[in-house]
Design a protein. Structure first.
Length: 703
């Protein structure tokens, strides 16, 4: 977990970054630059990092205390409130920092859910927090429309698709519920600045190819964790001129599915034009809204975030990466070689040219134009242009929900909304709905669906035996029209993709790295158990803890025990035993930010698990909830070779001793052979959080 940095022209300083979370931020020997080599990600973090030594420039690998510009919570606000109270806090540190937006379970009109929503609204009013009710829209879209996610800011959300803010030039990254409670209480949380990948876009998108096709293609081309747990910067001045902000939002949104923690576009003229358009609509909406307080004579309405002053400041104070900026990798993609692509089935890592799928005559049962990735006005227009004056195929259900009430209003003004309705679309309220497996229109056993959403994990949108594909709005609409996966006639071509990847070969020097082998009192120096092997790579949080339980705040530990791994392997609960050491594959815990993926595993009396690699959001949830994690690609590969991958869950008979502070794992196989694996040590910071039973307890002890 510890990283040292060594380059030329350096001066060395021993520092501790951060005061609020000193046990999370390690004391190390840093090497600081005398010349500017910061990339865009680092420069934005620099603005929001607190308690840094004078003159210190943050770099990838640094653990920093950050004070985010804003923090969004949605339906999960109901779960953050008791966390906030349990740590002894009573008043939100800065009421203008949080934003509440109800969006996930908006179709649920049960008394229980309506009471939950009412309690969240009342809490927000009591604390003075900006609140957006069910029906206003998906939280991420609201954050863009209302300027909370503003260019060149660092804004976080307790949801994995906060990456979307990168489309407007903000550094958006996910946190978890425990982090949200800590930010409410203190204004701060911790973050390790990830490696940064430069994605250079070249050429111009052909007609009929969209931002959704760009990110689907990237997810399929670079599908071996090349960008896992990184932050991505998109470059290519000439190519970006023709890439709308709406397309950029879609691309940034799905960098989550690609495995990244952020995906950020530069602020350019397109960004400024987008903000100016939004400013005009805000002003007009305020003028027309008779329910708002009237302004005094001569007084003009000025939006608190999107206004002449804030937009001009972006122009006057640009933030750009240094010409000497450091990047872990550089990927290039020639946009002119792209054609419409489709993800799936049931995986974003499988991308197929639409032309190749069309000849397979894949019939569909349902089509979806919903979610935060592709339900903006331009997306609805693309679908309306395909469907105007026509009818959805008999036997196909086509569901449409705008990303927000503002989006729906714009689509109605353009006539696009009515065109979709006239074609036979089933209208859902502005919100998440079927994208997260909630509400009307879920996929049933054996059904096939095509969706303009961002995630098609098995079981996420309904039955685990259904098949889900992802595509652009135009392809989804065309498929609903024909009853099979197809696109508008003009888009049914394919080309040879032009792309490349280059990894920075420079190695960081180990000089200055401080490995702490200390074992704190009451922390186990050795953890023992039998290895329980779940060999799947990319095992996502929907597989670990199904979405249908995520917003049931009444789930107890015993309830979790019964459903953990339900979508991955229903037999897991019959195989797992108390004290097992769970070993997973690579990129374990990818997908949603739900913390129950970690707590559900912990509910089976599993103290520690091993994997080839982890999704960073799962790692964050695990540390914050006192589930210990170790990475050992070598052990996972040995298990795959010797135990095999035929069984979803397998008792191995291999026993393991994990020396947590020494960074070693000793495995005794069922044939008596013994092997030593070197792993990363669990340092003092992780031990402290574990001893406090999680970050919530750790913060409570120090408030």
């Amino acid at each position: 977990m510890l990283l040292s940095i060594s380059r030329t022209n350096l001066r060395k300083t021993t520092i501790t970054t951060g005061r609020l979370f000193p046990s999370v931020l390690f004391r190390r020997t840093y090497a600081t630059e005398t010349t500017d080599t910061q990339n865009l990600i680092e420069k934005i973090v620099q603005k929001y990092a607190v308690d840094l030594p004078e003159g210190y420039k943050v770099k990838s690998g640094d653990y920093v205390t950050i004070r985010p510009h804003h923090v969004l919570t949605h339906d999960n606000t109901g779960a953050v409130i008791p966390k906030f109270k349990s740590i002894g806090a009573t008043k939100i540190h800065d009421p203008k920092q949080p934003v509440y937006a109800l969006d996930h379970d908006v179709q649920n009109k049960s008394d229980k859910n309506l009471l939950k929503y009412a309690n969240i609204e009342a809490w927000g009013k009591e604390q003075g927090v900006d609140f957006y009710p069910a029906g206003r829209g998906i939280g991420h879209q609201v954050m863009i429309e209302e300027g909370y996610a503003f260019p060149n800011t660092l804004t976080v959300a307790s949801d994995s698709h906060s990456n979307m803010y990168g489309g407007i030039g903000a550094l958006g990254t996910p946190i978890v519920r425990t982090d949200a409670a800590a930010i409410w209480a203190t204004g701060r949380t911790w973050w390790q600045i990830p490696p940064v990948v430069k994605v250079e876009l070249k050429g111009k998108l052909p007609v009929g190819v969209t931002g959704k096709d760009v990110i689907i293609t990237l997810c399929g081309l670079f599908n071996k964790d090349q960008v896992l747990n990184t932050a991505i910067e998109f470059h290519g001045e000439e190519s970006l001129k023709d890439l709308s902000v709406e397309d950029r939002l879609a691309i940034s949104n799905m960098t989550t599915e690609w495995g990244a923690l952020a995906g950020v576009f530069p602020v350019d003229q397109s960004t400024i034009d987008f903000l100016r358009k939004r400013q005009r609509r805000i002003d007009l909406s305020h003028f027309e809204n008779k329910n708002l307080p009237k302004l005094k004579q001569g007084q003009e309405f000025v939006h608190p975030r999107i206004n002449d002053s804030t937009i001009q400041s972006l122009i006057d104070n640009p933030i750009k990466p240094s010409p000497n900026a450091n990047y872990a990798k550089t990927l290039t993609l020639d946009l002119s070689t792209l054609s419409p692509h489709v993800s799936g089935p049931n995986s974003v890592k499988v991308a197929t040219a639409l032309a190749d799928l069309e000849v397979q005559d894949i019939k569909i049962n349902k089509a979806y134009l919903v979610s935060c990735v592709n339900s903006r006005a331009s997306d609805l227009k693309q679908a309306a242009e395909v469907l105007r004056g026509k009818k959805i195929k008999d036997g196909v259900e086509f569901y449409v929900a705008a990303a927000s009430s503002e989006v729906q209003k714009e689509a109605e003004e353009a006539g696009d909304w009515q065109a979709l309705v006239d074609a036979g679309a089933k209208v859902l309220p502005a919100g998440c709905g079927p994208c997260v497996g909630l509400g009307t229109g879920l996929l049933k056993d054996g059904e096939i669906g095509i969706s303009a959403t961002n995630r098609n994990f098995k079981g996420r949108m309904g039955s685990p035996s259904a098949l889900a594909y992802l595509a652009s709005p135009a392809v989804v609409a065309a498929s609903a029209l024909s009853g099979r996966i197809s696109g508008p006639a003009s888009s049914s071509t394919t080309q040879t993709l032009s792309f490349s990847i280059k990894t920075d070969a420079r190695k960081s020097s180990p000089e200055g790295e401080a490995v702490d082998a200390q074992v704190l009192p009451n922390f186990p120096s050795i953890i023992k158990g039998e290895i329980l092997f779940c060999p799947a790579d990319n095992l996502n949080t929907d597989g670990i803890y199904p979405g249908k339980y995520t917003y049931n705040d009444d789930m107890t530990t015993d309830d979790m025990k019964k459903v953990v791994m339900e979508n991955y392997d229903p037999n897991f609960v019959n195989v797992v035993q108390s004290g097992d050491v769970l070993v997973g594959g690579f990129n374990f815990g990818t997908g949603s930010s739900r913390e129950q993926a970690a707590t559900a595993i912990k509910s089976r009396d599993i103290q520690i698990m091993i994997a080839g690699s982890y999704s960073d959001i799962f790692k964050r949830n695990s540390v914050n909830n006192a589930l210990l994690l170790v990475e050992s690609p070598e052990l996972v590969n040995d298990l795959k070779a010797e135990i095999g991958t035929a069984d979803l869950t397998k008792r191995t008979g291999w026993n393991v001793d994990i020396h947590v502070a020494e960074g070693k794992v000793v495995v005794r196989k069922d044939n008596g052979q013994e092997k030593l694996y070197k792993v990363g040590a669990l340092g003092k910071s992780v031990q402290e959080i574990w001893l406090a039973n999680g970050l919530e307890g750790w913060v409570k002890e120090r408030l």
